[in-house]
Design a binder for this molecule. Structure first.
Ligand code: PHE
Length: 364
């Protein structure tokens, strides 16, 4: 109905008969439309509906007819509402989805922590049992902590090994403060040794786990990786203690049949220095697999874990530790590498760990 039909001129009779036709019209709409209940209600009784328009013309009805028209209006509204409420019993509102509560549910996908975090948690727990406390130190640090205090003065060739990312210091370095000249993304966790010693509390028994950065990327290197570094400083610390801790870790992390060996090596910050190997899990340390073939995973039964050694006296002295009373050991291994060796996955590309590919990560 257009605006002008709802006007002062509409005779009472006509208005009443128009009103009386509404329930039938409503029935038709309800039966023929598959619109949801609340949409139907808007069409039939809403602001734009015939019903509303007709009821607005009530104000123009002559006084003497008003009561009669009012009664009809109420009856019509009631019967339309009854029709609608019958519809509501069988239908559903548009924003209410029908749920079959008896249907079997769909399990929401549940993730798990990343394999590197799993390894970190496990390693932390093993060293906690030996009385080592987990500590954290800066991952962007002064050159002094990453090299200088570790017995690698400026321009020392040993620094080359670490493929360091130097970064711009955002302010002006203090020329008087020798320590604070250049910033680096820490290429190893050994900077933590110095921070720990500077606290001046002895003995020290810590496990420092942090991100490390080196300018390398290939199947066995990612530019960012993690190391865990154990350190023990006390009176009368021996290589025997170091070996004991390494063996304990090897058995707890890799399996009870595994053992470690230490080989002479060189680091500027340890003396003597070692490389630590662990027996290969595939050939059981023999280097030979069943059909007398050479094991393809290892070198003669041994896999390389990382570096270790007795802390160099120069390092202890740089942090004001009395070397006539105290000494200690340290070791630093890669988390990703250790995890790969443990799982026996023989991953042929370490970069997969950080590819964020759910198909890969799901397997662990
Ligand atoms: N920081 C050495 C590296 O990154 C490992 C290491 C740690 C060696 C502690 C000796 C003692 O290769």
């Amino acid at each position: 109905m257009s605006e002008d039909t709802v006007s002062a001129s509409i005779p009472t009779d006509q208005l009443i008969s128009l009103l009386l036709s509404l329930p039938d019209e409503a029935k038709k709409i309800i039966n023929e439309s598959d619109a949801p209940y609340d949409e139907l209600k808007t069409i039939i009784l809403g602001k734009e509906s015939e019903f509303t328009k007709l009821s607005q013309s009530m104000r123009f009805v002559p006084k003497e007819d008003k009561q009669q028209v009012g009664i009809v209006l109420n009856q019509v509204k009631k019967s339309i509402e009854t029709l609608l409420s019958e519809k509501a019993k069988t239908a559903h509102t548009s924003n209410e989805e029908w749920i079959d509560v008896t249907a079997p549910g769909v399990r929401p996908p549940v993730g798990h922590i990343h394999i590197v975090t799993q390894a970190i948690n496990e390693i932390t727990e093993i060293f906690n049992k030996l009385g080592f406390t987990r500590v954290r130190h800066p991952e962007v640090d002064w050159d002094y902590y990453a090299f200088e205090a570790l017995n690698m003065p400026k321009n020392h060739p040993a620094r080359d090994e670490w493929e360091t990312f130097f970064i711009e210091y955002p302010g002006k370095p203090n020329p008087k403060e020798e320590k604070y000249q250049k910033l680096v993304l820490t290429p190893h966790t050994s900077n933590g040794q110095i921070h720990e010693m500077e606290k001046g509390i002895l003995p020290i028994r810590t496990i420092n786990i942090a991100k490390c950065y080196r300018r390398q990327i290939d199947v066995s290197h990612t530019p960012m990786f993690h190391q865990f570094e154990g350190m023990y400083i006390d009176k009368h610390v021996s290589i025997g203690h170091l070996k004991g801790v390494l063996d304990y870790f090897a058995k707890a992390f890799f399996g009870k049949d595994r053992i470690t060996r230490i080989r002479p090596f060189h680091f500027q910050f340890t003396e003597p220095s070692f490389e630590v190997d662990i027996t290969c899990g595939v050939c059981n340390g023999t280097g030979i697999v069943k059909n007398k073939e050479k094991c393809r995973l290892c070198k003669d039964g041994w896999l390389e874990l990382g570096g270790a050694g007795m802390i160099h006296p120069n390092v202890l002295k740089a942090s004001n530790i009395d070397t006539t009373m105290y000494n200690g050991f340290a070791f630093g291994f890669g988390i990703e590498r250790s995890y790969m060796m443990k799982s026996g996955t023989q991953l042929d590309d370490i970069r997969l760990i950080y590819s964020n590919d759910i198909r890969f990560l799901k397997q662990f």
